[in-house]
Design a protein. Structure first.
Length: 231
């Protein structure tokens, strides 16, 4: 589940750099995700006892995949309630159904005298996977952003000095500062190109998140079935 954190880390950047939310508003926009996980965790943790580990660990990732897929509708502009909110709610439901049952399954898979070890291993893997996911998705985002920006800037008449100045700002993604020498009429066009390039990369990352979530569901189907057959 920690690898899903990689795509989520780009939501605040989208809200602040592209949609021009204040940092406080961007944080508040993600509150539904946290509240849903908080409110449903106790209920979802009991799903393992009621219906086994397989159903929540398959259904949860699939719901999360639907949430990531809804982020593909994101564009420059649009209201929060019709673009980000539905995706955040569905993703929160998917993670709520997944996280607690996963922890419960891990704890129940070992003898009582090894629960602490299992918890430590689970947390270590989760943190490591989260760091790797952020690094990998960061590379994917930057590469996609660069490719899209090159394509869009090739259609805009710019001086060589302006192109060089923009090249030094690419690692800031949509937060790149526009060169001062840009003509006033060209500035909004270049700014729009930067924002659209970020959104294109954002969609790629969210699409990968959806595929990873589906892969998690598929692995739960295969691994949990294999374990039950051996038992």
């Amino acid at each position: 589940m920690a690898r899903w954190a990689g795509p989520c880390s780009f939501c605040p950047l989208n809200l602040i750099q592209v949609q021009h939310y204040a940092p406080t508003a961007a944080g508040a926009a993600l509150l539904p995700l946290i509240l849903i996980i908080f409110l449903l965790s106790r209920w979802s943790g009991g799903l393992v006892e009621r219906c086994g580990a397989k159903i929540p660990l398959v259904a949860g990732p699939l719901i999360a995949a639907a949430g990531f897929a809804l982020f593909l509708r994101t564009d420059v502009g649009g209201t929060y309630w019709t673009t980000f909110f539905p995706a955040i709610v569905v993703l929160g439901l998917g993670m709520a159904v997944s996280v607690a049952p996963l922890t419960t399954t891990v704890m129940n898979s070992v003898p009582e005298n090894r629960v602490g070890v299992a918890s430590g291993i689970n947390n270590a893997i989760s943190r490591t996977a989260g760091l790797l996911a952020i690094a990998v998705f960061g590379i994917v985002m930057l590469q996609s952003f660069d490719r899209q920006l090159d394509q869009r800037l090739s259609e805009i008449e710019l001086t060589s000095s302006a192109r060089a100045a923009l090249a030094t700002q690419r690692n800031k993604l949509a937060g790149a500062e526009l060169p001062k020498e840009l003509h006033p009429g060209t500035r909004p066009v270049v700014k729009r190109a930067i924002e659209e390039s970020f959104v294109s990369g954002f969609r790629v990352v969210m699409g990968m998140g959806a595929l990873l979530a589906v892969g998690s569901a598929a692995s739960a189907v295969v691994l949990i079935q294999a374990k039950s057959r051996k038992a």
